[in-house]
Design a protein around this ligand. Structure first.
Ligand code: FAD
Length: 506
């Protein structure tokens, strides 16, 4: 049995209406709690935000939606359904990978289609390697999901289960790049199944092989796009929470928590003082620890993931070689990770994620226009250029990126841009994200599972943390799981009929 909060937990205030906060709210409502969600922005979504720019409807954060069942679980907690509220478009291909030697590979979710594509790209031996890799990824996912990802930890000893042995036997504690290399010899293919380590904030040469679970999610389980944009997901979650009885308060920043001994008794905003029995805190860790008035002591300072520059470009044309998601790899690989995580320099030969959401939903741009989202990983402000430097560096880097894309075959992209918005680490820092990165604390071994900042904090009896800084970690699926785990700390995972579901049963 994992620990749960003691005392009354009838009215829970959730701070933050990002994916973690909304997931917590839905799971708590499903267990019959009264829930108030307090969000500083005027919209739900947090990092999965929305920017309206001259008729373009821009997703500011995640673009790759995987594991939608985890979102559906949150809707199902209140008797609702993701699929009733959001039209999910499966992406085929999930990605297109484009390499410096001019070759391209479409990443298909379906096994036979992908094996055929790998054979076309690199021959029959690699296709056989891909089939073995796929089986391994499926086994790895099964060994990890329920026990290591969708699980609350009270101690590293909680790891000592049969699943740990299974994970070790699968090679989960080796290095990611070597493990992938055991299946695939073609260096380009190795990249396709290991670049995801960067989502976890760690180069493939240093990431645990267990993180290949992210490659499982986006190359095997499938990638989806909600019609109307990614922001349709948090908006639907907020609507479902409201319909299930939550009070949603937007445009109210929480400034402090009132305490009585070890308990938080009220959440305070500029407008109000909201009494509570328990609180779920989802802002970035430094904000959460400041609100709590204490941060847990750790032997070593937390390390943060690399950051990203994102260029949102509304254009009067597009390029047929771009799929919904295209990864444009530079020739450099190990050196790129070194620049991002050790040297603190911008990528000299960048690998870029280019998303063209209007490929699936033209309604996201004015008629005849197209939207391109260009994400360039960059060092965080702890090791790279600081917040002040980005004022001058940002526009220069924007032009460099457009120049590079032009060289890589997007002819005329510089002059095709009619409206744009550039987001740099200075902007992420301005939103309160530590080290100028929206990707939070990295997933090194010592910041993973029971070693990651825990969702319970010493000295406060009725507060639980959720969000990408705590367990299980960064990403849409994991943020959703963190909300569920936070709710389980309050309810014990048991479901009490909510006012709504009780009413429906009568
Ligand atoms: C550019 C970018 C690209 C990404 N791409 C992907 C991707 O393709 N696939 C993927 O799976 N993941 C991706 N991610 C990661 C994923 O989006 C995040 O890990 C996830 O959305 C984090 O959710 P969260 O609820 O933990 O945090 P948040 O979304 O930050 O939620 C926290 C909420 O708390 C609010 N808040 C903060 N302080 C206060 C306060 N004092 N009072 C009230 N409210 C407060 C914030 O406004 C925010 O709404 C991406 C992220 C970014 C930024």
């Amino acid at each position: 049995m994992t620990r749960t909060l003691s005392g009354r937990t009838d009215h829970v205030v959730v701070v933050g209406a990002g994916l973690a906060g909304l997931s917590a709210a839905l799971h708590l409502l499903g267990s019959g709690r009264r829930v108030t969600v307090v969000e500083r922005d005027d919209l739900p979504g947090g990092r999965a935000g929305r920017l309206e720019l001259n008729g373009y409807r821009i997703d500011t954060g995640p673009t790759v939606l995987t594991m939608p069942d985890l979102a559906d679980e949150a809707f199902a907690a209140v008797g609702d359904s993701l699929h009733k509220r959001v039209d999910l478009i499966p992406l085929h291909p999930a990605y297109r990978a484009s390499f410096a030697d001019g070759s391209t590979l479409d990443v298909h979710t379906e096994g036979d289609a992908m094996a055929a594509e790998v054979e076309r790209f690199a021959g029959a031996r690699e296709a056989a390697g891909y089939r073995r890799l796929r089986v391994w990824l499926e086994r790895l996912y099964r060994a990890q999901m329920r026990r290591f990802i969708d699980a609350n930890f009270d101690s590293p000893l909680d790891l000592l289960t049969g699943d740990l042995a299974r994970l070790a036997a699968l090679g989960g504690f080796g290095r990611l790049d070597r493990r992938i290399g055991a299946f695939l010899r073609d260096e380009r293919l190795q990249r396709v199944f290991s670049f995801q380590a960067l989502y976890a904030g760690v180069p493939p040469a240093r990431a645990l092989a267990a993180y290949a679970v992210i490659a499982y999610m986006d190359t095997v389980a499938g990638v989806y796009f909600p019609r109307g944009g990614m922001h349709a997901l948090p908006q639907a979650m907020a609507d479902a929470a409201g319909d299930a009885g939550a009070e949603l308060r937007f445009g109210e920043a929480v400034t402090r928590l009132e305490r009585s001994g070890g308990r938080v008794t009220a959440v305070v905003t500029a407008k109000d003082r909201i009494r509570c029995d328990a609180v779920v805190l989802t802002p970035d860790l430094p904000v959460t620890y400041r609100l709590l008035g204490r941060a847990p002591r750790r032997p070593v300072r937390l390390r943060h993931s690399p950051s990203a520059v994102v260029l949102h470009a509304g254009t009067d044309r597009t390029w047929p070689q771009l799929a919904h998601h295209t990864i444009s790899f530079g020739a450099a690989w190990r050196a790129t990770f070194d620049e991002l995580t050790r040297q603190g320099r911008l990528m000299s030969d960048p690998s870029l994620l280019i998303t063209r959401p209007t490929a699936s939903d033209p309604g996201l741009a004015p008629p005849g226009r197209h939207l391109h989202y260009i994400l360039a990983p960059c060092p965080n402000t702890d090791i790279g250029p600081g917040v002040a430097a980005w004022g001058e560096l940002g526009p220069r880097y924007r032009d460099e990126l457009l120049g590079e894309l032009e060289r890589r075959g997007l002819d005329g992209i510089g002059s095709a841009v009619e409206d744009d918005s550039l987001v740099t680490p200075a902007d992420w820092a301005g939103q309160g994200h530590a080290a100028g990165t929206p990707f939070s604390v990295s997933h090194t071994f010592l910041q993973t599972g029971p070693f990651r900042p825990r969702n319970l904090v010493r000295g406060t009896e009725n507060a639980v943390l959720a969000g990408c800084g705590t367990t299980p970690g960064v990403g849409v699926p994991t943020a959703l799981v963190s909300g569920k785990l936070a709710a389980a700390r309050i309810t014990g995972g048991a479901r009490r009929p909510s006012a709504r579901t009780e009413g429906a049963a009568r």
